[in-house]
Design a protein around this ligand. Structure first.
Ligand SMILES: N[C@@H](CCC(=O)N[C@@H](CS)C(=O)NCC(=O)O)C(=O)O
Length: 206
């Protein structure tokens, strides 16, 4: 049984919850961050000096950074099954995980905040359009990759699908006009059949 600090509506916490579901890892979760606060508590800061969620504790081992947590859980409890075995496949899956954090998040988060997290009467159509254009361009990279690959890491579902898989649900639930990206839709239709996805990701977008 591992312990997870993090609110269920955080995209980075959701990655870890979905991953636990795929691997059958049992966990105890504490509502943390956002409206629950706690990030600056000295005890929490001692575990996670970044002051963000998620953080996990497994025995005496503490870890933060959502993608690193998923890689750890997969290695420790999944015998590596959620990453392709070949160096090329593994690198490809890892690449999409890294790209989500370093390049995709900075593009889609402003769109998320400009829409869902702003009351309708305060929304700025120009800011939304600018953020939308950038986000569509980023998704197009995913669309092109999925035109040639069933999943982001290749032929099989892997950790490579989780970070962007969390966001694709939000994407299809944002109050915006989306261009048709059929390969993303096909991929989304596949991952949304996963039970842990339905439990942890397909919740009201707030
Ligand atoms: N790179 C970190 C980012 C973590 C992060 O930004 N977490 C957000 C929630 S998605 C957070 O803690 N925000 C402040 C809060 O929830 O109080 C990770 O992947 O774990």
């Amino acid at each position: 049984m591992i312990k997870i600090w993090g609110r269920t509506d955080s995209s980075n916490v959701q990655k870890v919850l979905w991953c636990c579901g795929e691997l059958g890892v049992q966990f105890e979760r504490l509502d943390w961050g956002g409206k629950f606060g706690g990030n600056k508590d000295p005890e929490y800061a001692a575990m996670n000096p970044n002051g963000l969620v998620p953080t996990i504790k497994d025995g005496d081992f503490v870890l933060w950074e959502s993608n690193s947590i998923m890689r750890y859980l997969n290695a420790k409890y999944g015998n590596g099954k959620l990453l392709p075995a070949s160096p090329e496949g593994m690198a490809s899956a890892n690449r999409w995980m890294d790209w989500q954090l370093s390049a995709f998040n900075p593009v889609i988060v402003p769109l998320f905040f400009a829409t869902i997290r702003t009351p309708p009467d305060k929304r700025d159509p120009q800011a939304i359009q600018a953020a939308l254009d950038k986000t569509v361009k980023a998704w197009q990279m995913v669309e092109d990759h999925l035109a040639k690959n069933r999943f982001l890491g290749g032929e099989d579902f892997s950790l490579g699908d989780i970070p962007l898989g969390v966001w694709v649900y939000r994407w299809f639930n944002l109050p915006i006009d989306r261009p048709k990206q059929p390969n993303i839709e096909r991929w989304y239709d596949t991952i949304r059949q996963h039970k842990p996805y339905q439990t942890h990701i397909m919740i009201p977008v707030t």
